[in-house]
Design a binder for this molecule. Structure first.
Ligand code: AMP
Length: 281
């Protein structure tokens, strides 16, 4: 695996190589890698000549400074995991390399309601920051395929929308959420949970599974309320429990039994905020 720390070096390497953009698969990450990230590398490995990963904790997508500062970093272990999974290139830039003129956004992305609901409601400006960094990385790397995890369901829709807005020729491949044996979605933030918080965290997936088992009942509002109450009873501070159209994330009140639904949840255990989702049908 080749490590690049400067975008100009990576750009010139890619421009001088004989590899066409359509055979580059790209996996953007913020590091502290786990098997969820590695599953994206493996998917990219199967379909591309060149697999590029990036590790960059992007300050512009954090709403809380403390969350940015406390973001875990395990760079040496990450490098070993990427090499083992067959990654060809790791891009590991500094903030100064990515934002040489400061990180103020040069562009606003018109994401429609995706930029005001669910995650966007609780993390103001988060998706503009995500679009800013992913757009920049796509310009540097120009991959044919971009690999994202379903774990961040709304982010997948946001990035697809950004790509269509800016007209970049990259296909988005969405890979399934990797889970711990008790169902907890793998996340870099899980390491911040204490032993008892970690045990409690599995309840998020249980709640999503409960919604899935009961979605055929007519009253989705009632179902959401039961789910939310049970999370609160378990000691979570719930940001939202939503049952939404999986294409648009619009809230579904009267389901026609046909459109694809997704249940999404965001909840805090003490200082750690967790999100998860499950496609229901
Ligand atoms: P992050 O490092 O959290 O920015 O995540 C980088 C990529 O890994 C994103 O596309 C995430 O959706 C994806 N990802 C994170 N956790 C998981 C997981 N448990 N399963 C699959 N993909 C994941």
């Amino acid at each position: 695996m080749i490590l690049f720390k400067h975008r100009k070096d990576l750009s010139s390497y890619l421009q001088n190589s004989s590899i066409t953009p359509s055979s580059i698969g790209f996996v953007p990450t913020m590091g502290a890698l786990h098997n969820g990230h590695i599953s994206l590398i493996q998917a990219a490995r199967l379909e591309n000549t060149l697999v590029v990963a990036s590790i960059f904790v992007n300050p512009t997508q954090f709403t809380e400074l403390i969350d940015f500062e406390k973001y875990p970093s395990t760079i040496e272990a990450d490098i070993l995991k990427l090499e083992k999974a067959g990654c060809d290139i790791l891009f590991l830039p500094s903030i100064a390399d990515i934002y040489p003129n400061g990180s103020s956004p040069s562009q606003q992305y018109d994401l429609g309601q995706l930029d005001s609901i669910l995650e966007a409601e609780f993390r103001k400006g988060h998706f503009q920051g995500v679009c800013q960094i992913v757009h920049l990385l796509l310009e540097i790397i120009a991959p044919g395929k971009l690999y994202l995890g379903q774990k961040d369901f709304q982010q997948c829709l946001v990035i697809k929308k950004m790509i269509s807005l800016v007209g970049i020729d990259t296909s988005v491949i969405i890979c399934p959420t990797q889970r711990e044996p008790d169902g907890l979605a793998m996340s870099s933030r899980n390491v911040r949970l204490s032993h008892s918080e970690r045990q409690k965290a599995a309840y998020l997936f249980k709640t999503l599974s409960f919604i899935k088992e009961n979605v055929q009942q007519k009253d989705l509002e009632n179902l959401k309320q039961i789910a939310q109450n049970s999370l609160t009873d378990q000691g979570f501070k719930v940001d939202y429990v939503a049952i939404s159209n999986a294409q648009t994330l619009e809230t579904i009140q009267n389901w026609n039994g046909k459109s694809t639904l997704v249940a999404l949840v965001a909840a805090n255990i003490n200082h750690v905020r967790l999100i998860d989702n499950l496609v229901l049908n």
